[in-house]
Design a binder for this molecule. Structure first.
Ligand code: OAD
Length: 247
């Protein structure tokens, strides 16, 4: 094992606080397409047509058909080895997992205290903001599209942060505070192109974190991090976990 990886193993053993920020690449081995890879969703579909408030206002049924298809794909998938290692690490005090993924696979793997930066595909809320609390809905496929708000009978929307929308201020605050306090910050399976999520690594680095990227491809942060690991998350995390346990 290269010396720099041994250094990371020792840091992971001794860190008081570890933050992992995950993106679509972590779910890739579960068979869920990423957004910007060669077979990525944004290569086949236009984000403007499907993941903006304007798209939803224009054609809620079309937007829901796309989310219904994604929900069915995700429901048929299983968490992979990357999710399993992060779930295990989440049992340790001082570990925070921030995910951009809306698929819920970290939770299904048993991860504690997931900060869902971009919301959840399994949460619905009233599009008209009638005052109903958001609710969980795990049916896939859904019985009717678009689904309705049980309180006012209006159209429901996915509880996902779309392009042009703000991150929930409480979520942003918790994620920023965790990043600022991190001894080790791991950026895993994300293209680091979507802000403010991509800013968390820079925030952590400015505040003294040792920063690591795990991604088989190069990104804008590959040259910024202290240690880039050019490998799939399901392999690299398994290797790191085995080394950390060996003591
Ligand atoms: P992207 O599709 O932009 O990036 C996925 C990254 O995962 C790429 O850099 C790949 O090289 C990497 N990757 C692929 N397979 C991998 C593997 N097995 N292990 C590790 N890395 C791998 O996805 P995100 O960065 O998550 O927004 O995209 C950010 C946001 O843009 C998403 O949250 C989504 C999207 O529009 C919402 O859903 C609101």
């Amino acid at each position: 094992m290269p010396t720099d990886t041994e250094d990371l193993v020792s840091r992971l053993r001794n860190a008081r606080t570890v933050v992992a920020l995950t993106g679509a690449g972590v779910s890739s081995a579960s068979g869920i397409p990423t957004f910007r890879g060669d077979d990525g969703l944004w290569k086949q579909y236009r984000a403007e047509d499907l993941a903006t408030p304007e798209a939803f206002a224009h054609d809620p049924k079309l937007v829901w058909e796309w989310y219904d298809w994604r929900r069915a794909t995700i429901a048929a998938a299983q968490p992979n080895a990357a999710h399993a290692v992060l779930a295990k690490w989440s049992q340790r005090p001082g570990f925070t997992l921030i995910t951009q993924n809306v698929d819920g696979l970290h939770e299904r793997a048993g991860t504690n205290n997931v900060i869902r930066f971009h919301g959840s595909i399994w949460e619905l809320r009233c599009a008209a903001e009638c005052g109903a609390a958001p609710w969980d809905d795990h049916t896939a496929p859904m019985a009717t599209l678009p689904p309705m708000c049980p309180s006012c009978g209006g159209i429901a929307r996915p509880g996902i942060v779309w392009f042009g929308e703000n991150i929930d201020p409480d979520v942003l605050e918790r994620a920023s505070a965790a990043a600022a306090a991190a001894d080790v910050f791991l950026s895993i399976g994300t293209s680091s192109l979507v802000f403010p999520a991509a800013g968390l690594l820079h925030h952590a680095k400015r505040n003294g974190a040792f920063t690591v990227e795990i991604n088989p491809g190069a990104t804008d942060v590959s040259r910024v991090v202290d240690l880039p690991i050019a490998a799939p998350a399901e392999d690299a995390l398994g290797m790191l976990d085995a080394r950390v346990r060996m003591g």
